[in-house]
Design a protein around this ligand. Structure first.
Ligand SMILES: C[S@@+](CC[C@H](N)C(=O)[O-])C[C@H]1O[C@@H](n2cnc3c(N)ncnc32)[C@H](O)[C@@H]1O
Length: 389
């Protein structure tokens, strides 16, 4: 399949070779067998060379994949209504409620949200961004300064999660980019899949017995051998961290994924690890490391459990279509349509992508986890009866 992918430019190939040399050195250092989670982490995030840390275009029609905010500002405008409700429910003392976006991509969602929150008279004193990639931080700053120069001073970049936070945390397509362990349930036990050196590149290693937290997580899943899949310990740990750090407010997480009984269904016995390169999906995880995005479907049951166990309430869970409709995306489109012209047509076709069940409407889900929020959240008000965790 990977021989049908566009050939990377000489510069991109050189960057990938450099990254591969670092991964190879790491494999030698650890004795020849690297956990797939560590391989994925390096391939995506190794400073200067990993997929998100390097200079490729990534988002939008010119890049490798398109995310909801890259499709249309209607996504950010609808989300803003939910963010405004959360901010309004958090008292301004002892600390002012802020917005924190984690994994802000090109900065498009931040710019759209700031404008929409201004229109709703719900601007936070600070809009914080936590972004691992230095290259993307610079791009986010440029986007925000160009699109909303009068609001740019409110935006602050953090280097790590804040020790304590009140307000609204947003992450669109963050959880699917966190490293996962590749695992297998075999007749002779629970196994972890690793990566070895293979000729000039990398290949799958012989499986090793899964251990510790990974083995515990696998044993708790409703799976019968033989079965291959992934376990996202990093996503669980990320959510659990918020139990300690969130004082009052909510996390709004949007991503593609499934509840556990669907994700670990016998029909998905080869897992959901995929790569994206220039708008094409492929399954060759070792093809030019660092040039493709690597993702998996999020286990939303695990996300809810990790939050709940850490002291967060599960405030809502539904698919993206229901969430956006509940947030009034239909009315927002109608206002656009009234203006007519090409823009109105473009907005209608973007909305079709966001809402249609065969596009992003059903595969993407929204979940809200929070503390000290009593009012029902508007994004989850209707239509989620069939979405159970
Ligand atoms: C798939 S992109 C989504 C970008 C953006 N939210 C959007 O919807 O267009 C994932 C983003 O998360 C960032 N990221 C990945 N892991 C992260 C982490 N542990 N902390 C902060 N940002 C992270 C990436 O650099 C990138 O900006």
């Amino acid at each position: 399949m990977s021989d049908q992918l566009p050939v990377p430019s000489p510069d991109a190939q050189a960057a990938s070779r450099e990254l591969s040399a670092c991964i190879a050195a790491c494999i030698r250092t650890v004795g020849g067998w690297l956990s797939f989670a560590d391989y994925m982490d390096m391939a995506l995030h190794l400073p200067g060379l990993g997929y998100y840390a390097g200079g490729s275009h990534k988002f939008g029609t010119e890049g490798d994949f398109v995310t909801a905010p890259e499709l249309t500002p209607l996504f950010g405008q609808a989300l803003a209504r939910q963010v405004a409700q959360v901010l309004g429910a958090v008292p301004p003392a002892p600390t002012l409620p802020h917005v924190l976006e984690v994994g802000a991509g090109s900065g498009k969602l931040a710019a759209d949200l700031l404008l929409a929150l201004e229109a709703l008279d719900a601007l936070p004193a600070r809009y914080e961004i936590l972004e691992l990639s230095g290259e993307l931080r610079a791009r986010q700053r440029q986007t925000i300064e160009a699109a909303v120069p009068h609001l740019a001073a409110r935006v602050v970049w953090l280097d790590e999660l804040p020790e304590k936070f009140s307000g609204c945390v947003i992450a669109n397509e963050l959880l699917d980019a966190l490293p996962v362990h590749a695992v297998a349930w075999r007749e002779d036990g629970l196994k972890e899949r690793g990566v070895i050196l293979c000729g000039e590149g990398f290949g799958w290693a012989e499986e090793r017995p899964a251990q510790g937290a990974l083995a515990e997580a696998m044993a708790a899943l409703p799976v019968e051998a033989p079965f291959e899949s992934e376990v996202g310990l990093a996503a669980r740990a990320w959510v659990a961290e918020w139990g300690r750090r969130l004082e009052r407010g909510a996390l709004l997480l949007v991503d593609y994924g499934l509840p556990r009984h669907e994700l670990y269904h016998p029909l998905r016995n080869r897992g959901t690890l995929r790569c994206h390169y220039r708008q094409r999906m492929h399954e060759d995880l070792f093809w030019w490391p660092g040039l493709s995005d690597i993702t998996t479907h999020v286990d939303f049951t695990a996300v809810a459990e990790a939050g709940f166990d850490a002291g967060l309430d599960v405030l809502g869970y539904t698919n993206q279509a229901a969430f956006l409709i509940n947030c009034g995306i239909g009315e927002l489109l109608a206002t656009r349509q009234a203006a007519g012209g090409e823009q109105a047509l473009r907005a209608a076709s973007a909305l079709q992508m966001l809402l249609a069940p065969r596009e992003m409407g059903e595969m993407f889900k929204a979940i809200a986890l929070g503390k000290g929020i009593d009012a029902p959240l508007l994004g989850f008000a209707h239509g989620d009866r069939c979405h159970t965790l």
